[in-house]
Design a protein around this ligand. Structure first.
Ligand code: ATP
Length: 352
């Protein structure tokens, strides 16, 4: 089966072809990059309307050149969660493409796709998943036909919390990679790196700012830490020091709740998903935690972590194979589509 996936929940206009026979994925993406500030929904939607036809055309042309006019067996699209104006453009494109090609339509939950790509690549049976993305942050575990939300942010998504700080100090979007670079530079300048101990913090640990650390069971909160980081910048604390401390606090919170989820479910596998998962320090902390408790850890390659249509096409293929397609008349998008609303028809009989 070959599935054409379309993604466009916020900033990344993307199309992909997944070939289940060869387990190969072709992805074409065109990101929206705001000149200043964060993601503006109207501008992001304008970007989608311009970029989606192009990326779809590139992928479809490549598919048909290689496999002929019937190259695509199904069209999958991000149905939510995401920005309504963007989702509606993606939904319209997917419906018209499925109609033109006369193939089934598959409506994919974007957050479940962030999880399933890690499960698919790792071959893990039944992992806990930490989704660390821009607009979301939650822990998922499969039980009785659904991905249950074991814990989640009580306010901002993890990437949005970091981006809120970088906007405050005048850095362009996305802020996460810039925070990672500034934190690494600060750590290097503060002292040596201690690779042997599995840590790149080195002597910088001594300079850790006291920022809010809010974990309640497996839920957590980032709004206080964003404000405290902004206040520290206003008080003249060097930005690199704030970036370092921000990362250490935020990622320690995510590591603590992930360990609690592994402990409570008895699972021994953790997969990481979402754009923030591209951060080396987050992966390092989670890998060290998993190693210490004898759990396996997998983070997909970066092109499958940030928003991308590859993960939509891969999950779309699993859903289509399970007969989980949607009629065009019932394919409305849902900006608040939660992962635990999805009946998981492509796997059965397992639970954490
Ligand atoms: P969602 O998947 O919840 O809809 P999203 O649409 O914002 O989120 P993602 O691609 O999952 O998209 O994540 C984007 C976020 O990832 C941004 O907030 C960005 O700052 C952050 N990010 C990207 N690279 C890094 C990095 N190296 N370190 C930390 N954060 C990063």
């Amino acid at each position: 089966m070959r599935v054409l996936g379309i993604e466009g929940t916020a900033w990344c206009a993307s199309a992909a072809l997944y070939d289940a026979e060869t387990d190969s994925v072709l992805i074409e993406s065109d990101p929206y990059e705001p000149d200043s500030g964060g993601i503006h929904p109207r501008e992001a939607a304008e970007h989608m309307s311009e970029a989606i036809p192009d990326v779809v055309d590139q992928v479809l042309t490549a598919a048909q050149d290689r496999h002929g006019p019937d190259a695509v067996d199904a069209v999958a699209f991000s149905r939510g969660p995401g920005l309504g104006p963007c989702l509606r453009i993606v939904g319209t494109a997917a419906r018209s493409l499925a109609g033109t090609l006369d193939v089934p339509l598959v409506g994919v939950n974007h957050m479940v796709a962030h999880l399933e790509i890690g499960r698919h690549q790792s071959g893990f049976d039944n992992p806990v998943c930490l989704n660390a993305s821009g607009a979301n942050a939650h822990l998922l575990g499969y039980h009785d036909g659904r991905y249950r939300v074991l814990g989640e942010t009580m306010d901002a998504g993890v990437g949005n919390a970091i981006d809120k700080f970088t906007r405050h100090v005048g850095w362009s979007h996305p802020g996460g990679p810039k925070v990672e670079a500034a934190a690494a530079e600060f750590a290097a300048a503060a002292g040596e790196t201690d690779i042997e101990e599995g840590s790149s913090r080195g002597a910088a640990e001594a300079d850790l700012l006291d920022l809010p650390y809010v974990v309640k069971g497996m839920d957590f909160s980032f709004s206080g830490i964003s404000s405290a980081a902004n206040d520290a910048a206003d008080e003249g604390v060097p930005v690199g020091e704030i970036c370092f401390s921000l990362q250490e606090h935020v990622f320690a919170m995510l590591t603590e709740v992930s360990e609690r989820a592994l402990s409570l479910t008895g699972a021994d596998e953790l997969v990481l998903g979402g754009g923030v998962a591209q951060n080396d320090r987050l992966r390092e902390m989670l890998a060290a935690m998993c190693e210490a408790r004898g759990a396996a850890f997998h983070a997909p390659e970066p092109r499958f972590l940030r928003d991308n249509a590859g993960m939509i096409a891969v999950l779309g293929a699993k859903m289509a194979a399970a007969g989980d397609t949607v009629a065009i008349a019932e394919s409305a998008v849902d900006p608040n589509f939660r992962p635990d609303q999805v009946p998981v028809m492509w796997r059965t009989g397992e639970s954490v």
